[in-house]
Each structure stands twice: as structure tokens, then as C-alpha cells.
Design a protein around this ligand. Structure first.
Ligand code: PRP
Length: 206
């Protein structure tokens, strides 16, 4: 059995289609119910819907053999997994954003609100900028509006959330997309099936 952790939501559904086309179909997954585990014994595959930010944990600890996680999550948590393939879906970027009229004059410690404290710390360390990190769990855009922070480090996809809150991108830190990842032990012991998935999915990537 190949155990696959998929991120719950639109990205996961898109990625499931890629697996199905690759020969790992499991039609019961498309039934609209609240089940979280789906299995197709004939194809030797079992899928789990998990919270996107948890995929790395399932794969790192071997509860799933492979999974799909955003590069943002991989960089933030630095799990001990193999990154096998850039799926070229779930494309967005990690950026510094702030109020439209905000300019960092570098005179005082910059207050940065983010869910991605590791990525933000690395980025500001790389440019030698002193910061005070404020860890939030969501709706990060509110922080600079209420004066909780000067800027945010967050995912920008369409840019709509920023625009509607009078914020704009100051700097793009990195491009982000979904990656196929593997547990390191599974990669040895289930190598053949995993290689097959990689090969077949690779052929579908635009
Ligand atoms: C993400 C991100 C931004 C938004 C960007 O939020 O944190 O808020 O999407 O998308 P846009 O550029 O297309 O507007 P998410 O929906 O993951 O929620 P949360 O961060 O508030 O938990």
C-alpha cells in the first residue's frame, strides 16, 4: 500500500487528479462526505486528507509514504523528507507587505507579523536587518493596519487581500509552489511505486 497525504482543499483535489491520471485512482475520494481516509486495494493506494500545514509531519514520521506540501511549509518547518518534484501548481509567492505609504527607513527595529517565523527570520538575517517577530496564526494583514506590526511576511497569490486592506508588496522573498515529498525510509522500501508516481506525474506537469 502506498500511503499518500494530500492537503485538504482545492489544491489537494487538483493534485489528486494528477495521481489518478498517474494510475493511482481511488474513486471513492470524490464522494462528497466527511471521511478522511480513502483506499483502493486494487491499485494499492490509500489517501489521507490532512491540514495542508500538517502534510510534512505525516510524511516525516512515516504515517504517510509520500505527500504534497507547499514550499512555504517545507521551508518553514524544514522536515527531514525528500523533495521529489515541483508540481507547478499552488503557485504564489512569499512576500514582505505593508501599508501602501510605509517605507522602511532602517532606523529602528522592524516589527514583522507572520505565520512563517523561520522564513522571515532567515530572510531578515540574510539582509542584516534587525527585527521583532510577532507570531500570528491567520488574518496577518490586520496587524499593520492596527499598528501591531510595521510589515507582514505572508503568502500572496492574487494580491486581492493586500489591495482590499490598503497594503502592497514591498519585497518578494521567494516563489512558492506545491512539491511532492517522500518519507526517507519509504523512498527505499517502496521506491518502485514512488518512482512510478514521480515519472507519471512529471509527464503531466506544464
Ligand atoms: C492566504 C494568505 C493571504 C491570502 C493571499 O490566506 O495568508 O491572506 O491567502 O491570497 P490573495 O493574494 O489571493 O488575496 P489563507 O486563506 O491561507 O488564510 P490565513 O492566512 O488568514 O489563515
Amino acid at each position: 500500500m502506498l500511503n499518500i497525504a494530500l492537503p485538504k482543499g482545492r489544491l489537494g483535489e487538483r493534485v489528486y487528479e494528477m495521481f489518478a491520471k498517474a494510475g493511482f485512482e481511488c474513486p471513492s475520494i470524490l464522494e462528497n462526505n466527511r471521511k478522511l481516509i480513502f483506499e483502493n486495494v486494487e491499485k494499492g493506494v490509500r489517501y489521507f486528507w490532512v491540514k495542508p500545514s500538517d502534510v510534512c509531519i505525516y510524511v516525516e514520521r512515516g504515517a504517510a509514504d509520500i505527500g504534497v506540501a507547499g514550499k512555504d511549509i517545507i521551508l518553514e518547518y524544514e522536515p527531514d523528507v525528500y523533495e521529489l518534484l515541483d508540481l507547478n501548481v499552488g503557485i504564489c509567492r512569499m512576500a514582505v507587505a505593508g501599508p501602501v505609504d510605509f517605507v522602511d527607513n532602517g532606523l529602528k527595529t522592524l516589527r514583522v507579523a507572520t505565520k512563517f517565523t523561520n522564513i522571515a527570520s532567515h530572510y531578515y538575517a540574510s539582509i542584516g536587518r534587525d527585527i521583532d517577530i510577532i507570531k500570528l496564526n491567520g488574518s496577518i494583514e490586520i496587524a499593520p493596519i492596527l499598528g501591531l506590526s510595521d510589515v507582514i511576511v505572508d503568502i500572496v497569490e492574487t494580491g486581492k487581500t493586500l489591495r482590499e486592506n490598503n497594503l502592497d508588496v514591498k519585497t518578494t522573498i521567494l516563489p512558492i509552489s506545491a512539491r511532492l515529498i517522500s518519507n526517507t525510509t519509504s523512498f527505499q522500501f517502496k521506491g518502485e511505486e514512488i518512482e512510478k508516481a514521480v515519472r507519471e506525474i512529471k509527464g503531466q506537469i506544464q
